[in-house]
Design a protein around this ligand. Structure first.
Ligand code: F6R
Length: 261
């Protein structure tokens, strides 16, 4: 796949390195709070997995303290596993429900994910794209990054213009995510529905979160490598409003941040 010229030539990712994962969560919660205070019906793009957990914890804290209202907020998940029963604790729908949901006063139905439980999955993908468009598009997309550079479940080789679709999980992703399935790789689904890279890139603002040393290689490649479908997160280069917010451990391999710098 050819890489559009503007992506290859412009590095737009703003880097912010903070001392800890908790500090990352506070800074990103500030961003969410600004959006919620500025816009009547804000639309959040919500990642699951470990990376956004300190952000969600901080959002819950601010909600409980009465500092933040989620009235009118809508959220869209990046992806969902295919093959788990509805309500299974590892489904991303269940995860986001237990992280945010009514814990921050979101009304039922305010957060939507790709509907992997319907018979016609192609139609589910199409309808998910329509639902995001009908909501007016995503104002602020939170993302994690896989150790292989995936965003959403757009694994290496994904087209930069891809849309919501059925995708196969890379074996490395299944190993990485086996921790959410009691360590059993075989229990991790093989397929999912994921927003495409083209879908994700339409968000007006994107914040990519990475914490811990296991993300340091991916972070270094994102900040120093060229855009390539081999490394899906590089599709974000050239986006006009994208930040990478990381802790010191994830920054370790960046020029100027390592022990020997
Ligand atoms: C989750 C998602 C994935 C994760 C990524 C990092 O909705 O789409 O791209 O963000 O696999 O996962 P963690 O944060 O668990 O390291």
């Amino acid at each position: 796949m050819s890489v559009p010229h503007h992506q290859a030539s412009r590095r737009t990712i703003k880097l912010r390195v903070l001392p800890s994962a908790d500090a990352v969560g506070r800074v990103i919660a500030d961003e969410v709070q600004c959006l919620l205070q500025q816009k009547d019906a804000p639309v959040l793009g919500l990642a699951t997995g470990s990376s956004p957990l300190t952000t969600y914890q901080e959002l819950r804290r601010r909600f409980a303290a009465g500092d933040l209202s989620f009235a009118g907020v809508r959220g869209f998940l990046l992806d969902e596993y295919i093959g788990l029963p509805r309500g299974h604790v590892a489904t991303y729908a269940a995860v986001i429900d237990s992280e945010l949901g009514d814990r921050v006063g979101l009304r039922a139905g305010a957060i939507m994910g790709p509907d992997v439980w319907r018979a016609d999955l192609e139609k589910a993908c199409h309808q998910y794209e329509e639902a995001i468009a009908d909501a007016g598009g995503i104002d602020l997309q939170l993302l994690g990054i896989g150790s292989n550079g995936h965003i959403g479940f757009n694994e290496p080789g994904s087209d930069f213009s891809s849309r919501t679709r059925i995708a196969r999980l890379a074996s490395r992703t299944r190993v990485d995510n086996s921790r959410f399935f009691g360590g059993d790789v075989e229990a991790v689904p093989t397929h999912c529905l994921t927003q495409g890279l083209g879908t994700i890139r339409e968000a007006r603002r994107i914040v990519l979160i990475a914490t811990g040393a296991s993300k340091s290689k991916a972070v270094a490649r994102l900040m120093t490598g060229s855009p390539s479908p081999d490394f899906p997160a590089s599709a974000l280069q050239g986006h006009p409003a994208v930040s990478l917010v990381i802790d010191a451990a994830a920054a370790f391999l960046l020029p100027g941040f390592g022990q020997c710098a």
